[in-house]
Design a protein around this ligand. Structure first.
Ligand code: GTP
Ligand code: MN
Length: 622
């Protein structure tokens, strides 16, 4: 525990910035845009103000890597070169380990096996190692990326694994072996250079295998299939090796191939990663965003590469990443480029040729396009479609200016068009959640609640049930109105009309101990107030039809069940108000200076989060 400093342990996975005595970053346990994940080196703990997770170095590793307590200790011991004495696992114990663990163990054993084939077998040495040397890879790179070699035999690895006590079920599950109908096993990877694929904790989750001889019949690369431990869309090849450099340079370099990553790292450009086995995904970019806000794409200049680049730009902009594009001279890929030039030249070239995405896109256009007004306006619109994804208004304007300058286009016209696009995008983004797309996640439901149900709407809904059902009994000795007063005492209103009407109604009912009704409330009010009241009692502020469907609840008619209406109006109002405070606290963390203040806020936050969870359960939205 003394060695495993929380800032170092967490810092491997989270991009932390200094804030007062603490460090602050984006929480790795939930999706957040405003950093509220704090790490206190002095206390050795982390806390997230968004989701409430907290703990020390060991807890972090357990949570983040889904490890058990002893495994987390092993992980940390390994990181800090502390030796742990462990009894060797017996064959039975291997079987008893949890399944995910077993898969990890198998993959790690496979890596060692394949590396041994590369370095020890005659065939491996003469064919594969020679090939890697021809491609100018140094022993250090081969070692660092744990490369290996799968031999020619149809079941060499499978046999070895079975003989050494590995469960055949896991061999099949990891996709390392295929099982025939007769029940015999054969290897997925044969006669290939083996590239282990690591998750960010450094565990091997899959392999890529490159064929040696070019051979039209077989794919150049094959990859492990998706498994319980290998989610392709959430893994970047090389990130485990690159993460320190990414943090130091505050930038990630995204390239296409395994070989490119290796060559770049070897040349000293260690912030390079590749998306392997899939085209680039949103989740992979989120992974990058944990370490840096800046990404440079280095794609091939061919048509496929260009298409991939355009897609990647928009995805990255939407995640509020700062995007740069790099094109290499024709006939070069990163691998050949770093081998052809020395590192100073390469670094300088990268610096000089990084372009923003606007300049990049314009650079791709054939000459004549810009002379054709129709084509040119199409291009402008396409680029605005990307710019509109940027949330930061200052950056947005800088890009507008860039388009205006490079394409000689009136900035004001661009600005008007962008606004129109932004408005229609806003409408589209804020429509009722689409059931077919909505993921069954608490977080998306909460987000939906926040966008659909503003505090003001909830206040109106509460006022509505008060006016409509206030006089009816809620329990044997309490009217609905009295119940509402009790539940909302001390509450601060956002909407003045609601506050005034609520107070007026309350005074009337409390003083005379009799029934106020809507007409009483508005008989001496100005026109505007009367209209407000009628709007309130005729509109539904709580649940839109789409929202009801979203919650998969049939909504009972209000009159038949006014108690439910009263209860849920209060519930939603509380939920919304608490959510708002939670959010404000989250933003507020960054401003706090002392540990005491942070502790206090954190305690409050825990209480609020618990209350909110409880409410969500009661409302059936948890
Ligand atoms: P070298 O050809 O040895 O330089 O490897 P490379 O990594 O540069 O490969 P290349 O540029 O041809 O392709 C880029 C990436 O696309 C590879 O690293 C693989 O991830 C992927 N890829 C290439 N060919 C195949 C294939 O046949 N099948 C699959 N599944 N992926 C491939
Ligand atoms: Mn290549």
């Amino acid at each position: 525990m003394n060695a495993a400093r929380v800032d170092e342990v967490v810092g491997e996975f989270v991009n932390l910035k200094k804030r007062g005595v603490n460090l602050l970053g984006l929480c790795p346990f939930h999706n957040e845009k405003t950093p509220s994940f704090t790490v206190s080196p002095a206390k050795g703990i982390y806390k997230c103000f968004g989701c409430g997770k907290a703990g020390n170095s060991v807890n972090f590793i357990m949570d983040h890597e889904s490890l058990s307590y002893p495994e987390a200790l092993r992980y940390l011991a390994d990181k800090y070169n502390i030796e742990i004495e462990e009894t060797v696992l017996a064959k039975e114990e291997i079987e008893q380990k949890t399944e995910r663990d077993s898969l990890y163990i198998l993959m790690s054993a496979a890596q060692k096996y394949y590396s041994e084939r590369l370095h020890e077998d005659e065939e491996g040495k003469t064919i594969a190692l020679t090939y890697l040397k021809e491609r100018a890879l140094t022993p250090k790179t081969i070692e660092g990326f744990q490369l290996g070699w799968s031999s020619l035999g149809r079941d060499d690895f499978s046999q070895w694994a079975i003989k050494n006590g590995y469960n055949r079920e896991y061999l099949v599950k990891t996709g390392m072996s295929f099982e025939t109908e007769q029940g015999s096993l054969f290897d997925r990877f044969r006669e290939r250079i083996m590239f282990p694929i690591h998750n960010i904790a450094g565990k091997i989750v899959g392999f890529g295998g490159r064929i040696l001889r070019s051979n039209a019949k077989e794919a150049k690369y094959i990859n492990s299939p998706e498994t319980d431990i290998y989610n392709k869309s959430k893994i970047l090849y090389g990130l485990f090796q690159a993460r320190k450099a990414i943090r130091q340079r505050d930038e990630a370099l995204l390239v296409e191939g395994y070989m490119d990553v290796l060559a770049l790292h070897q040349a000293g450009i260690e912030h390079a990663v590749a998306s392997s086995g899939t085209s680039l995904t949103d989740d992979q970019l989120r992974l990058v965003k944990r370490f840096t806000d800046n990404i440079t794409f280095l794609f091939d200049g061919d048509a496929a590469g260009q298409k991939a680049a355009l897609r990647a730009i928009d995805m990255a902009l939407e995640l509020e990443l700062n995007v740069k594009m790099l094109l290499l001279p024709a006939d070069h890929d990163p691998d050949s480029f770093v081998k052809a030039y020395d590192i100073e030249y390469v670094e300088q070239y990268f610096k000089d040729h990084s372009q923003n995405f606007i300049a990049f896109r314009i650079g791709l256009l054939p000459e004549d396009v810009l002379r054709d007004p129709i084509k040119k306006s199409e291009i402008v619109r396409e680029m605005l479609n990307s710019v509109v994804l940027i949330k930061d208004i200052i950056k947005r304007n800088l890009y507008l200016r860039e388009i205006s300058k490079l394409l000689d286009f009136d900035e004001k016209v661009l600005n008007d068009e962008l606004r129109r696009m932004a408005a229609s995008k806003f409408k589209k983004d804020n429509k009722a959640p689409d059931l077919t797309l909505a993921e069954p996640q608490v977080i998306s439901q909460e987000q939906a609640i926040r966008s659909q149900a503003t505090a003001v709407n909830q206040e109106k809904q509460l006022l509505k049930v008060l006016l409509l059902y206030g006089s009816r009994m809620y329990t044997d000795d309490m009217t609905s109105a009295q119940f509402i007063y009790r539940e909302t005492s001390g509450m601060e209103w956002e909407n003045d009309h609601c506050r005034i009407l609520f107070e007026r109604y309350r005074e009337a009912t409390e003083q005379e101990n009799n029934l106020a009704d809507v007409n009483f409330l508005i008989h001496d009010q100005p026109e505007e107030m009367r209209r407000f009241v009628y709007d309130v009692i005729t509109e539904r502020y709580q649940l839109s039809p789409g929202w009801e469907k979203f919650l998969r609840r049939t909504v009972v008619s209000p009159d038949a069940n006014y108690k439910e209406e009263v209860k849920s109006a209060i519930g939603y109002l509380k939920f919304t108000k608490i959510s708002k405070i939670v959010e404000e606290n989250q933003k507020g963390v960054a401003l706090l200076e002392t540990d005491e203040a942070i502790d206090e806020l954190f305690m409050l936050q825990q209480v609020l989060l618990n209350m909110r969870k409880q409410l969500a359960v009661e409302l059936g939205i948890g």
